[in-house]
Design a protein around this ligand. Structure first.
Ligand code: PEP
Length: 251
């Protein structure tokens, strides 16, 4: 059975002490969570070690927001997958639209990143999603399908046990504009169908597919009620423990 997961992407927000305080507040609030919901926080690289310490003894998991497409060596400013493991991460987000848009992250690069992350023992939250022009041109299904094919079709059914997909329509990220539950569900169902075509129905059924894009306490319930939406990747609303936990309580 696939898992219900709510993951908080802190992006480039909070200082180290603020991040540690937020992590502690999330741990405290997570004590009131329904069984079967997994919580993940993804702070900036600088915060990983102290946040890992703050999460110790709790069920809240630690994720990075990115990792390098190289194993090690002369790549100034990059952070390798096994460094993330040694800092306490169990997961990393990859292919977030902000990385695709501002840092030239391509599907080809993502294949390498996913390979290295899985090889280091990390789970991967792979983000896919169309931008506004693509949505308005009616290309959203094709865009998402090709992102899934270009990246995940290079992996095996066994690898898929450690891959979570996040559908994040770019036009909904940080804009306050959420995809309707129907718009999100039809893409999630399409992603699951594409995965089933390549890896079989069981793998598709077991893969958690999260929705991201202005998800907040007021809309999480309706989104999470959809049969193919298994949780959320949360940006802005993850910066306050209360709203993050309220979202997690929406199952
Ligand atoms: C995100 O960036 O992953 C995200 C979903 O952001 P927000 O919730 O702020 O739209």
């Amino acid at each position: 059975m696939r898992k219900h997961i709510v993951a908080g992407n802190w992006k480039m927000n909070t200082t180290v002490p603020e991040g540690v305080a937020l992590a502690k507040a999330v741990v405290e609030a997570s004590k009131n969570l329904p069984e079967g919901v997994e919580l993940v926080v993804a702070p900036p690289f600088t915060h990983l070690v102290p946040v890992a310490q703050a999460l110790e003894g709790s069920k809240v998991q630690l994720s990075a927001q990115n990792c390098a497409d190289k194993e090690s060596g002369a790549y100034t400013g990059e952070v390798a997958a096994d460094m993330l493991v040694s800092a306490g991460c169990g997961l990393t987000i990859l292919g977030h639209s902000e990385r695709r848009q501002y840092y030239g992250e391509t599907d080809e690069k993502l294949v390498e990143k996913v390979r290295l992350a899985l090889g280091a023992g990390l789970k991967v939250i792979l983000c896919v999603g169309e931008n506004l022009d693509q949505r308005e041109a009616g290309q959203h299904f094709d865009v998402v399908k090709s992102q899934i094919e270009n990246v995940l079709f290079n992996f095996t059914a066994e690898d898929m046990k450690n891959i979570i997909v996040a559908y994040e329509p770019v036009w909904a990220i940080g804009t306050g504009k959420t995809a309707t539950a129907e718009q999100a569900e039809e893409i999630h169902a399409c992603i699951r169908k594409v995965l089933a075509g390549k890896f079989g129905a069981q793998v598709a059924d077991d893969t958690s597919i999260l929705y991201g894009g202005s998800c907040k306490p007021s809309n999480a319930k309706e989104l999470f009620a959809q049969s193919d939406i298994d949780g959320g990747l949360i940006g802005g609303a993850a910066l306050k423990a209360d709203s993050f936990i309220q979202i997690a309580q929406s199952f």
